[in-house]
Design a protein around this ligand. Sequence first.
Ligand code: WT7
Length: 635
Amino acid sequence: MSNYHIKNLQEYFHLYYKSVRNPELFWEEIAEENFVWRKRWDNVLSWDFTKPEIKWFEGAQLNITENCIDRHLHTRGDKTAIIFEPNNPNDPAEHITYKQLHERVCKFANVLKDKGVQKGDRICIYLPMIPELAVAVLACARIGAIHSVVFAGFSATALATRINDCDAKIVLTSDGSYRGAKTIDLKGIVDEALQDCPGVTKVLVAKRIQSDIHMEAGRDEWLQPLLDSAASNCEVEIMEAEDPLFILYTSGSTGKPKGMLHTTGGYMVYTAYTFKNVFQYRENDVYWCTADIGWITGHSYIVYGPLANGATTLMFEGVPSYPDFGRFWEVVQKHKVNQFYTAPTAIRALAKEGTEHLEKHDLSSLKVLGTVGEPINEEAWHWYNNNVGNSNCPIVDTWWQTETGGILISPIPFSTPTKPTYATLPMLGVQPALMDENGNEIKSNQVEGRLCIKFPWPSVARTIWGNHQRYKDTYFSAFENMYFTGDGALRDEVGYYRITGRVDDVIIVSGHNLGTAPIEDAINEHPAVAESAIVGFPHDVKGNALYGYVILKETGESRDRDNLRKEINQQITDKIGPIAKLDKIQFTVGLPKTRSGKIMRRILRKIASKDTSNLGDTSTLLNPEVVQKIMDDAF
Ligand code: WT7
């Protein structure tokens, strides 16, 4: 276990240099000493970023659920694997032991098998944050089915696109979900989506809100009776290390969502290793990540990483504001949470409420605080540090992406001195590079550039489902022999990294990754709209909010503007989901364009941010006169 647990900065540097000098040897030792393999690998790593093709632990065989569940049964059978904290604080929490998790996963896996699911089949999971979601994910992995979890806040259209893209035949969902004081008709959304998904033959429905829903004869079945009668043991499917584990969709700057494909062996090793070190998890700790399993954060750091370490991981069904803004702290106190991992947008929303809620709760169990999803601003960092951590808990600002599978840049608590707004140093084996506009690597410190990674790490996504060319174009073509992240970053005088934000047309709103193109497409489908352009502008809680510039067709000119604004946002809600709604909509007669017809978003961003003192060179525009017009209308 020597390499597995980093305890001080000296050890970090020692291991980091080892991991860079000989990555194969480094990861081989970690893999060998800390996991259960049915067959050893023939080759630790083969890679070629020009194809691109990356393979870790080729020839090895394993099942990730054997590593996340079965191997703990002797030593941790009665230990709580998952704490489920329901939406309603008056409902009891559920403690699921490793033994119980084993049985539930086996039963679920047997139900899937009984429905004809085989290794390699894609299963779409559209469930709220209830135990069935984690169990369903693990059940798929146990039998080698590829899960594709779709966040249960996405609309019917977004769900249908994702089901069809990976050709899923089975959908796992629930009657509905709770969200604070509201309920959401999930099954109704699924029914609507499935009108456009002829390939789906089976829908299994968990009961959560006891609502009266439509059950399509021959297609829909209640899950619970099937689980009740299923056998409680299910042998694991033996998987190759490079067999697919899951697909998870993420927005791109253009076109339809990208189904990032993650494989089994490397993903397991990397998420387990980073979980242990980034959160400094100790045997009896209670760890809580507030993300939804519908995002990569939940896959890697609610389910797989923690369970591979035999940890106790908390799943929270609710929202930070229900029944009031003290809910997070109530849950921390109630379950004596030791590691708490959330998003800057949540921190900013809570900070707005002052410290009154914090003072009512005992947070002394906390040891490590984490953040993820977007850059954390200095003010939010200090509020988190001073008030939640009592200046006593290191903050791990973890930078990573759906595509990276696991955390790539983060402090190691109690080892790496933290610095507000800095994600600090690369994880073991991770080799970042900053690139200039001409494609050259900037080697010095105190510089800013485009963030790339020079060498493969075990959990990098292997392809985009059904579109390897897009995978190559998006990540491996901007810079030669490098993985391009799409982010800008700054490196300070000691080599610490600070992520400055996206350098492409992706906007991060409340930690959600949104591409401008799909939103514009949704708006343009409105019959009164001729064209639109979306940009981000700073927002004190969401980090960024969306600003839409909309050109109306002649037929739309006479319409009431406020009604149109409502309809446009409804259109976005229907096509994508409420997370993509616009905060501001400005109707305009034109958009600044280059001579090649590209919208100059740089200018639109500045106007949206009320930062028009220096608009840069507008002389190359096709229609420079439109800029003044937009500014006049904006203010
Ligand atoms: C993008 C990836 C990784 C799980 C959640 C988001 C931004 C992520 C940080 C951070 C600054 C961050 C980046 C990245 N991002 N973490 N600690 N500091 N920015 O996953 O939806 O794939 O989004 O989120 O811009 O590229 P995702």
